[in-house]
Design a protein around this ligand. Sequence first.
Ligand code: ZN
Length: 483
Amino acid sequence: MAIKIFIPTPLRPFTDRQDTVEVDGSTVGEVLGNLTARYGQIKQHLYAEDGSFRSYVNIYVNDEDIRYLEKDKTAVRGTDTVSIIPSIAGGVDVDVQDVASEVQLSNDEVLRYSRHLIIPEVGMEGQKKLKAGKVLMIGAGGLGSPLGMYLAAAGVGKLGIVDFDVVDKTNLQRQIMHSTVDIGRSKLDSARETLEGINPHIVIETYETRLLSENALDLFAGYDVIVDGTDNFPTRYLVNDACVLLGKPNVYGSILRFDGQVSVFDAKRGPCYRCLYPAPPPPGLVPSCAEGGVLGVLPGIIGTLQALEVIKLLLGEGEPLIGRLVLFDALKFKFREMKLRKDPDCPICGDDPSIHALIDYEQFCGIVKPAPASEKVDENTEITVEQLKLRLDRGDDLFILDVREPREYEIVNLGAPLIPLSELAKRYGELDPSKEIVVHCKMGGRSAKAATFLRQHGFKKVKNLLGGIDAWVEKVDPGLPRY
Ligand code: ZN
């Protein structure tokens, strides 16, 4: 019997870019077995070396998480959809009620919030709760932009923002809190100006720092709700763990290309992020937005949904997204809702937790800290853009290989042949192992993986171009476009 399998964006390169695949099978085990038989490269993403299922991938049948059933033996029928959901790079009282009774609204504020005041679910009482509310936003980027602007406009009394970045031209395609004139300014300064412009009645606290295990608990302590608008796994786990330890709700959102996820993790009344994904994917498996791209309007949609959940939490109205994960596919315009369950074995919010304090999250996510810039270049495996330029000018016989995606190649290229990293395992036979090969990508990360792969497959003379085409444009040929 043919069963529909939903393939998430990060795995679509391995299914000829299809988002749904039909395979035969009467149990989940058979269905996944037939899927990996047809698309061999998916296997390593679903199963560990020992054949066990990977902990950063969940399997749903329709909207039910089946991890607590016997995964392999769970029966499926022709009308069922099996979904593969990997983790991708956020009416309850949140204790503002007491404070709210002491808060007053000025006549000017009454006029400003009048469209709220006439809704029964908000009213004068609700608006005072919003004014008493304290919300900490992690990140002033794509998700933080609509989030901050709507929370400011709605009259949330205190907004904290943690960020350490400066506004870059490539941010402006989606980070609508910042403008062209802000390029080069700190995102916090730019955000403060925008938000104060929207609503002068609120208090804005900015924290120009990376969120770290050393400062997270102190920062979070002064806030009622934490909103996760980050773009990397170490910070996601850090935000989750700090929220669980302090008993605060974590409004979660994440985005990649055309896909978004939203949920509210509140360990006091539902699952946490670790219940959903006990462990992160290995570094590099899931592309970041810088590598994978993101549609400009998508963070607008997801960040706005996060703002909605924050406001509901502060008001204590409606049904918050606790225990539910919403997936949004912008291309198909499809919202899917998955039920989430609290994992009794969760290492931080389970019955017998093993984590009682914040840990080293970079290490937990398998991130090797980059070598300091002064570190010497390994002449056997690496080459700088300056060295490459010298050797090309000298007329050395070098084969340059570009391992980026075709769309990146269209933006700018060095005229080198293109084999995307995702196709290298299939196509490395096209390359001549006797040649000296220089591999490049955008920044040097994917090409380092490609170079390692080629060395493991008999290529003796392979070098990774440090800094990629980005360094080439910056230091050798500034006339070319950067992206
Ligand atoms: Zn948990």
